[in-house]
Design a protein. Structure first.
Length: 433
């Protein structure tokens, strides 16, 4: 998106995409030497903080005169920390399109909404970050800066449906009205609580462009709250059908929001799979710790509703939050394995900075957040509960084995894994195990 903004303002943007490079920092150095940028922007997620710090150090060494700007989730929540760790000239909090446009246009940093910078050796800010009430006023993402064929080749969001699908992702909303302890209130610091939605016309325009330019036949709505507004989802489905877009797609859903009528219309428009945030099979943990606002019974109902209509379902689960017992974790693994989910993702509960979960449990955190890794390692000292880090990590690995080797889905697992193209994707997914 920011690349599109820069291009509209007459700048020549270049993206250093280190995702698939065997020597990512050599690639970065070569690009810095080739282009000698006036400005370098780094988007930072908390689990990528160490890599972002190393990236910033190389920018300072190779192109010391470049203005270094940091944005994204971690700088929004921890602006002063980001300034210090990265040695950035400027941090932009929240949605950055308007603020970044002002920076590109030469505005004084004091006037840029959401900007944080050093003034006389002390962090200073310019006020609240800005957002975009009308998302349709923003340009469509400039995917020309990516090697899209590589992304499409590695895209595995719908492998269980058909590993031959050529797909990518789109975003249709910003904001979240819910109060889940592992996301809020930091998610609202990024996008606000009010759900803002793109028009169905804008979404279909983007999809048609993706079909024309990249030959996709599948896609995923990455929005965590895609189905909050049923009327809007119905309108999107109508536009997809009327536009003749014969695309297979998937989306994230909350179990408590699914209805038969909604699923039927989405299926008619090409829906083949949903990803459902379950987190745990313990109603106590859902209510008292995660504040999720769903019920385990509601998850089972939504799962049956989807399976009856031929929709594949992937469940998202977390293990190892403070206050959760070993038996509750084992029960979650049993629930995931025995219910008719087609796919499952088990992560280790990780409290990202200033979420409700972080504030409640930070006295138990034993790792600096630059080392956070929800895929492999617990950051908590749960020894007062009689639980070791190793136990949680072993449970997570056993969860994947029990789920994918279950007799109900063993043959489907083998079909998804076998074959050169499938094996490559399986190895990518295995990094999270």
């Amino acid at each position: 998106m920011l690349s599109a903004v820069a291009r509209e303002m007459g700048w020549e943007p270049h993206l250093c995409d280190m995702s698939f490079s065997r020597k990512p920092f050599r690639l970065l150095e070569e690009m810095l030497l080739t282009h000698r940028p006036d400005m370098v922007g780094i988007s930072v997620l908390t689990p990528q903080l160490s890599a972002a710090t190393e990236t910033a150090a190389m920018v300072r060494r190779v192109t010391p005169a470049a203005c270094l700007i940091a944005g994204g989730p971690h700088p929004t929540v921890m602006p002063e920390d980001t300034l210090e760790r990265l040695g950035a000239d400027l941090v932009v909090r929240g949605e950055a399109e308007a603020s970044f446009s002002m920076v590109l246009g030469g505005a004084d940093r004091e006037d840029v909404p959401g900007a944080v910078f050093m003034r006389d050796g002390v962090p200073a800010g310019s006020g609240a970050a800005s957002d975009h009430p009308d998302l349709d006023t923003l340009p469509l993402p400039d995917r020309s800066v990516f090697d899209m064929e590589t992304y499409i080749r590695h895209w595995y969001s719908m492998d269980r449906v058909d590993p031959r699908l050529r797909g990518t992702t789109i975003m249709a909303t910003r904001g979240c009205p819910y109060h889940c302890a592992y996301c809020q209130p930091t998610l609202s610091m990024l996008f606000g609580r009010k759900l803002r939605k793109r028009s169905p016309e804008s979404i279909v325009e983007e999809l048609k462009g993706l079909v024309r330019d990249f030959g996709i036949n599948a896609f995923m709505f990455e929005d965590s709250t895609f189905i909050v507004d049923h009327e809007w989802v119905h309108r999107i489905c109508e536009h997809i059908i009327e536009g003749g877009l014969r695309l297979s797609w998937c989306c994230n859903v909350r179990a408590d929001l699914l209805t038969a009528g909604l699923v039927d219309h989405m299926v008619a428009a090409g829906l083949r799979k949903v990803n459902m945030g379950v987190e745990t099979s313990s109603q106590r943990v859902l209510d008292e710790i995660y504040q999720k606002g769903i019920t385990v019974e509601g998850v089972s109902r939504a799962l049956r509703l989807c399976k009856e209509r031929g929709v594949f379902v992937q469940g998202y689960f977390m293990l190892g939050t403070p206050g959760e017992t070993l038996e509750e974790m084992r029960a979650t693994i049993r629930f995931a394995s025995e219910e008719p989910f087609d796919d499952a993702l088990f992560d280790i509960t990780t409290p990202f900075p200033h979420t409700t979960l972080w504030e409640r449990t930070k006295h138990l955190i034993r790792s600096d957040y630059s080392l956070f890794d929800c895929f492999h390692t617990s950051v908590y000292d749960l020894s007062p509960q009689g639980i070791s880090m190793g136990q949680i990590e072993k449970l997570k690995k056993s969860a994947f084995r029990r789920f994918y080797l279950h007799p109900r889905r063993l043959s489907a697992t083998l079909r998804t894994v076998l074959g050169p193209r499938n094996l490559r994707r399986t190895l990518l997914k295995a990094r999270r195990v």
